[in-house]
Design a protein around this ligand. Structure first.
Ligand SMILES: C[S@@+](CC[C@H](N)C(=O)[O-])C[C@H]1O[C@@H](n2cnc3c(N)ncnc32)[C@H](O)[C@@H]1O
Length: 247
């Protein structure tokens, strides 16, 4: 497969829908804890930016009340069930479209690292907060250099490079937090990291295989990785006995 997106991800494709569902399964538990710690309560006006397949907006709706929640994305096809339950669903580009309202809580997950105008997007989200409002940003920072398997590490580096070239993804941005939040005008900012081992055979390793498949033609044809290295990487992510990488 070859990657020809201009933004991450193409929510209109069935492969991407499956990848989004897997991603939700992997990260929703931690996101829910973060939202609890942010004080999410009934009646809070909430915005979910880049809602994808909508699971975090669903969590917000369950806690704050569906009619208090707005869920945005470039493509809202997968958010139709949320709209039916009373959530306000908006086709909306966080970098250009008009303010979607004023909010007590804004959350975004695995979006800003892929948006080239991420500082502008942050400033805009900050301007949509009500006084005393909270912004919760979750972003990934793959670290190929930490891989326990050098070939798997090279494949992760090749994937990250291809995403940077085709989408503008910055794999190091998350590690600069909370500085960009302070620069966007927020106070009382904190950041923390969470390392997820992509052990062979785990759901996360499965997601890694599916994500590598998006760029396999690109990285082999441009000489970044050999077909044998990719095959080794897929086997390492599949084999339950080997701990392969951390990202
Ligand atoms: C990796 S997915 C994450 C989806 C969801 N936040 C989650 O964690 O399950 C990134 C999402 O951001 C959306 N997105 C990308 N650029 C965007 C933009 N400029 N404005 C709004 N959404 C955007 C994509 O369409 C996609 O649904």
């Amino acid at each position: 497969m070859s990657l020809n997106w201009t933004s991450y991800v193409d929510t209109d494709s069935s492969v991407e829908h499956d990848r989004l569902l897997l991603l939700q399964q992997l990260f929703d538990g931690d996101s829910e804890k973060l939202l609890e710690r942010a004080g999410l309560a009934p009646g809070w006006r909430c915005l979910e930016v880049g809602a994808g397949a909508g699971s975090v907006a669903r969590i917000l709706a369950d806690r704050a009340g569906a009619t208090n929640v707005t869920a945005t994305d470039l493509d809202t096809t997968l958010l139709a069930p949320l709209a039916e339950s009373g959530v306000r669903v908006l086709r909306h580009d966080v970098t250009t479209d008009e303010a979607p309202g004023e909010f007590d809580l804004i959350h975004t997950r695995l979006v800003l690292e892929h948006v080239t105008q991420r500082d502008l997007a942050l400033r805009r989200m900050v301007s949509w907060l009500a006084p005393g409002g909270v912004l919760v940003v979750e972003a990934a920072a793959p670290m190929p250099e930490m891989s326990s398997d050098p070939t798997v590490g090279r494949a992760l580096a090749a994937l990250s490079d291809q995403l940077r070239r085709s989408v503008g993804t910055d794999r190091t941005w998350a590690r600069t937090l909370p500085v960009p939040l302070e620069q966007a005008g927020l106070v009382d900012c904190t950041a923390e990291g969470h390392i997820i081992p992509a052990r062979g055979g785990s759901p996360f390793a499965h997601w890694m295989i599916e994500t590598h498949r998006l760029v396999e033609q690109d990285v082999v044809s441009n000489g970044t990785l050999t077909a044998a290295e990719l095959a080794h990487t897929f086997a390492a992510y599949t084999n339950r006995l080997s701990s392969t990488t951390r990202g």
